[in-house]
Design a protein around this ligand. Sequence first.
Ligand code: ASP
Length: 324
Amino acid sequence: MTGNTISDNGFALAIHGGAGTILRSKMTPEREAAYHAGLRRALDAGRIVLADGGTALDAVSAAVMALEDEPLFNAGRGAVYTSAGKQEMDAAVMDGRDRSAGAVAGICGPRNPVLAARAIMEHSAHVLLIGEGAMEFCRKRGLTFEEPSYFYTEQRWNALQETLAMRTSGVEDQDESRKHGTVGAVARDRHGNLAAATSTGGMTAKSPGRVGDSPVIGAGTWADNGTCAISATGHGEIFIRYAAAHEIASRMRYAGQSLEEASRAVVIDMLAPAGGSGGIVAVDRAGNVSLPFNCSGMYRGMVRGDGKPLTAIYDEPLVDYRNA
Ligand code: ASP
């Protein structure tokens, strides 16, 4: 879906709460309303920053923090569990002004993994820190930590037990919501700068130590003022192998494709046939927004300076859910 180009000092924000949506048959009106409300809170958090003339970087950080705090989504509080029954979170942030980037993988402790990624970007000489070294860095930076009980949700714990039981009995899991999820945001601020942020618990019952695409710059996260900002969600291994986010930027840079053309070519024509179910949210310098996905749904939303926050879950138009 493409929006109209915005004015020079306009802004645009797009978010996702993961491509692993609940099957329509299991969705209730109450659950649906809760997802729309969660997306809306994140849009509001980012919109306030952008409306005040704040940076795209601050806006995507604020939006992703709100999504991490919301237990419905697989990031921060409510992250999925590894096969060993632990939570290992990954996150990344990238600033399109100079391609500075920070990322973290395999952590559980910092309340907001996106802030850990941002601290690495702004206060270390590195791009990606993992595990205990990353945790130590976050402690030294004074980030807020939480106990495992804070991150726990019964829904994710049950999803792990069900997934492990299915694995033992050799049953294929068709329910994407059991496996997937991630949160992310991309923004274009009033100054024309782009930024992206992504945060995830990864995939349910993943091997301990597995890292997905979200913290891999160029795979699940990308921002470059010359092309676009991207945050992805989906089967991380495939997104890494296809350097999905960077592939979209390259098509814009070298093949002259529009944001929409490049995004659809990668998500629909490249990732889907390769088994890379999922989607992306993207914005370009002109404020065009693209939100393609190749599976049954993607929790998503967008807002522009002159418009209302709009959200959607399945293959359906974005709506102002409060008034829907
Ligand atoms: N991309 C995430 C990962 O592979 C999971 C997801 O978005 O569903 O870790």
